[in-house]
Design a binder for this molecule. Structure first.
Ligand SMILES: Cc1ncc(COP(=O)(O)O)c(C=O)c1O
Length: 437
């Protein structure tokens, strides 16, 4: 079955006239005649402009933890905006929301709000540099920390063949427009490689402000840290006076209420949050140790933003955090996520496809591989063509997933057992048809 684009295509043709490639983010463009035009979402489902319905596991690349158009969050936002949205001043709503973040996140002492994950990681990086008076930083290959220049090196989209040897990795700019000279500020290392980090820190510690890490590979099928890896980073940071930043833009308020700090039991100096903090409304934050965060302000380290803590973002975040605090949403999600993960695993096993299940149940994926994958370089073993065929079969059957295994499957509160079972039945069929092709 191929979906009708009778209404979607004319809209996308208009989009191509006014928006570059018809989209507002490079990653959304899937082709002049293929890019979906989504008209609405509710719960775990979305509908395109032609009215075709899909079960959604992309969930806007992760923010939707409660379900699309959640009535509780929408009402809170509608109520708040009656009193105005932007005042260039502290608001009661902002204080209440910050108190909730502090309540839910272990080790959170002081924070600041921003609007996107990109802003949060940009400010966290500057804060770490301001605190340590050092300029360079370590990031991990395959990790994406947003669209500002300093972090756009060796991301999930960078060609693995250009990354050099594991002993002396080459930072790869993610496209043109990023000054070549800032390559000198970053060391890109393989994730989950204890020795590589230790060696880099020992060789260069006098220059390194921060290690910035996504606690799990949120842009590589959710691959999790090896036992002790995050604690190893924390120990090295303590020993060498380096600020540890967890980029929790994907893991925060998704793996558990306390995010990766709680799930993996390691407290960094700073964490960054965005996506699930607002269930689809734009809101972000960065914060952690008061000692480190207190370098902000007073002419010391700059953090600013006209729309920081505006009423729309604060009302959404307060509603989300209150729901998470009052009911075991994320624990329930993990149970259903396990049902999905076990079911997908079983289908792949029965079909005889070599694979590796990956990620936390609330942010999961699988790779079609015979060799273990624990970091981005190992993706050379993954059968991307077969994965794409299966996911395109899923789309044909009304289940919306990325056709690239790097982007994980996200689960939300509205994915009921019935929806998951429906997904699994379709998955069995999609795999069979991919093998028979
Ligand atoms: C781990 C991580 N950090 C930062 C970002 C950037 O967030 P935003 O797109 O809100 O700027 C993303 C976006 O996908 C992300 O996955």
């Amino acid at each position: 079955m191929s979906y009708s684009r009778e209404k979607s295509q004319p809209i996308f043709d208009r989009a191509l006239n006014v928006l570059v490639k018809g989209v507002s983010s490079n990653f959304r463009y899937l082709g002049d005649n293929e890019t979906p035009v989504i008209a609405k979402g509710k719960g775990a489902r979305v509908w395109d402009a032609d009215g075709n319905e899909f079960i959604d596991y992309r969930l806007g690349w992760g923010p939707i933890n409660l379900g699309h158009a959640d009535d509780r969050v929408n009402s809170a936002v509608a109520e708040a905006i009656r009193n105005g949205t932007t005042f260039a001043a502290t608001t009661p709503l902002e204080v209440e929301t910050a108190e909730l973040v502090k309540k839910l996140v272990p080790g959170m002492e002081k924070l600041r709000f921003t609007n996107t994950g990109t802003e949060a990681t940009m400010h966290a990086l500057r804060t770490a540099r301001g605190y340590t008076n050092k300029e360079k930083f370590i990031k991990f290959e395959g990790q994406y920390h947003g669209a500002h220049d300093y972090v756009l090196f060796s991301t999930a989209s960078s060609p693995i063949s250009s990354m050099g040897s594991r002993r002396s990795p080459i930072p790869i700019q993610a496209g043109s427009g990023i000054p070549d000279k800032i390559r000198d500020y970053v060391y890109c290392l393989p994730f989950n490689d204890f020795d590589a980090v230790e060696k880099c820190v020992k060789d260069h510690h006098g220059e390194i402000a921060t290690i910035m890490v996504e606690p799990c590979l949120g842009n590589i099928a959710g691959i999790e840290p090896k036992d002790g890896f995050l604690a190893h980073l924390r120990k090295l940071c303590e020993e060498y006076n380096i600020v540890l930043i967890f980029d929790e833009v994907k893991t925060g308020f998704r793996l558990s209420n306390g995010g990766a700090r709680e799930t993996y039991g390691v407290i960094p100096h700073i964490s960054t949050y965005a996506k699930s903090l607002g269930n689809g409304f734009p809101v972000a934050a960065f914060g952690g140790s008061a000692e480190v965060m207190d370098v902000l302000g007073g002419g010391s380290v700059t953090h600013a933003g006209t729309f920081g803590a505006n009423a729309v973002s604060m009302a959404a975040a307060k509603a989300v955090l209150t729901i998470l605090d009052e009911s075991p949403v994320l624990e329930n999600l993990a149970e259903r996520g396990m049902r999905l993960k076990d079911g997908l695993d079983k289908v792949l096993k029965n079909a005889g496809l070599a694979h590796q299940m990956s990620g936390h149940p609330n942010l999961q994926g699988f790779l079609l591989t015979e060799k273990p994958v624990q970091e981005v370089r190992d993706l050379v073993h993954h059968d991307g063509d077969m994965y794409e065929t299966i996911m395109s079969n899923m789309y044909e059957r009304g289940v919306w997933m990325e056709d690239d295994a790097r982007e994980p499957w996200f689960i939300c509160e509205a994915h009921t057992d019935e929806i998951i079972d429906e997904t699994l039945n379709k998955f069995e069929d999609a795999v069979k048809s991919a093998i028979d092709r």
